[in-house]
Design a protein around this ligand. Structure first.
Ligand code: PGA
Ligand code: ZN
Length: 424
């Protein structure tokens, strides 16, 4: 049973405050969780509670911590930690808003994560094993960023994430080795052109490019420069994050200085799918452009994975609705978008029922917390998106996955990109 719930302010990878929660059980077992923070957020996600005002850019979390002490701790003390659904239901009811705005999505998700970790600690199991409950599970196929962009790089280029997927890798460890080669190859190319300007928010190289296509061309060259075959050993995954530059069916690509309608942007993306070895594309159209997402999925959904992030916001109902309309064929799962672990798991179940692929994902603001590695493995989600291959808030996840792999787990590999058949 839960004996104590405590919150504290810790710091994220961008140097802003965030919420850590520690749950202690009467057995002495302890679990912690730290809320991550997005920068290119969906309009429908759970919202963070920030203090506002002049201090720390208004991003203080004192109000969120006060809510943990005043409301959350008294409500959770005494509950059985093994009943995650009841803990999360209690948090949702206590908050009482549709988007966690009273207690804060940051306080709620950190508490939900801490309780889950405490339950695993109490069972004496690594979290992935606790979640797998004896079912066979495999390590996820990783999507790893090489160049950052969009809201994570001062909007230097429009595309937010230029990532690779090591489709030729036979193990998780090998996928990381191949990605490391590509990452450093890309760094050498940028240095050789005199364009090495550090890294973006998630550790990808700074996108010092004049056009979006120059970034794509450089990524292909980086794969070749690593001695790997684009389209065979290593493929490309993009997060367009189109909600960041598009609204009401109008899209302004700042780099090219052109404005497209929904069909026009679709045409640009379809042309890229023809010319580059792209196997996955996230938020190709804006979150409010459902007709565009349906049209794009109709045009490209049998060829590539089309991932809803801002559009689906880890919400089971939205996933079901999208599947019914034929928008997207995969969902990004971010626990802090949903608000709790149980709601994240509901979104995963809805995705699997709809025949959608699932990708557990980090946020652009992260910490050493590596829970997403355990969620993606223990839930057998198939794929994992963490950001790039630099900065320790990212490497903490990759290194944790290596520890999990040491338990002898098999690897999804490229089979994770094949869509499951609909079960409903
Ligand atoms: P965010 O972006 O964490 O800044 O919202 C990540 C993503 O769009 O996948
Ligand atoms: Zn995204």
């Amino acid at each position: 049973r839960i004996k104590d719930v405590r919150g504290r302010q810790v710091w994220d990878s961008r140097g802003w405050p965030t919420v850590e929660v520690e749950v202690t059980l009467d057995t002495g077992a302890v679990g912690r969780g730290i809320a991550p923070a997005g920068a290119s957020r969906g309009a429908h996600e759970a919202v963070e509670l920030r203090d506002g005002g002049a201090l720390l850019g208004g991003k203080g979390v004192r109000t969120a911590l006060a809510g943990i002490e005043r409301d959350i701790a008294p409500a959770l003390v005494g509950l059985p930690v093994s009943d995650q659904a009841r803990i999360d239901r209690t948090l949702i009811d206590l908050d009482g808003t549709p988007n966690r705005s009273r207690l804060g999505g940051n306080a709620v998700v950190a508490t939900s994560m801490a309780a889950l970790n405490a339950a695993a600690a109490d069972a004496g199991l690594p979290l992935w094993r606790h979640l797998a409950e004896g079912r066979p599970v495999r390590l996820p196929l990783p999507q790893i960023q090489i160049f950052g962009g969009g809201a994570h790089a001062g909007r230097r280029i429009d595309i937010q994430d230029l990532m690779v997927i090591a489709t030729g890798a036979g193990s998780f460890g090998q996928a990381l080795e191949m990605t490391a080669e590509v990452y450093h190859s890309a760094g050498r190319i940028m240095a050789g052109r005199g364009l090495l300007q550090g890294v973006a928010d998630e550790g990808g190289w700074w996108p010092a490019f004049d056009t979006n296509e120059e970034a794509l061309d450089t990524l292909v060259r980086a794969i070749e420069g690593a001695g790997l075959v684009p389209g065979e050993d290593v493929c490309i995954a993009l997060d367009i994050a189109a909600s960041e530059f598009g609204r009401n069916g109008r899209y302004r690509l700042g780099l090219e200085g052109v404005e497209y309608d929904s069909d026009g942007l679709c045409a640009v993306l379809l042309d890229w799918l023809d010319r580059y070895p792209i196997v996955s594309i996230e938020d190709p159209l804006a979150e409010d452009d459902e007709a565009g997402l349906v049209a794009f999925t109709r045009a490209a959904g049998t060829r590539v994975q089309i991932v809803g992030d801002d559009y689906l916001v880890t919400d089971a109902r939205r996933v079901e609705a999208a599947a019914a309309k034929g928008a997207c064929n995969a969902v990004l799962l971010k626990p802090n978008q949903a608000g709790t672990i149980t709601e994240t798991q509901d979104a995963l179940a809805a995705a699997k029922a709809a025949g959608f692929n699932t990708i557990v994902s980090a946020r652009s603001g992260e910490t050493e917390d590596a829970i997403i590695v355990h969620l993606s493995t223990g839930w057998n989600a198939g794929q994992l998106k963490v950001g790039s291959f630099a900065r320790s808030e990212r490497m903490a996840k990759w290194n944790e996955a290596i520890r999990v792999e040491s338990a002898g787990l098999p690897f999804f590999g490229r089979s994770a990109l094949q869509r499951p058949t609909r079960s409903t």
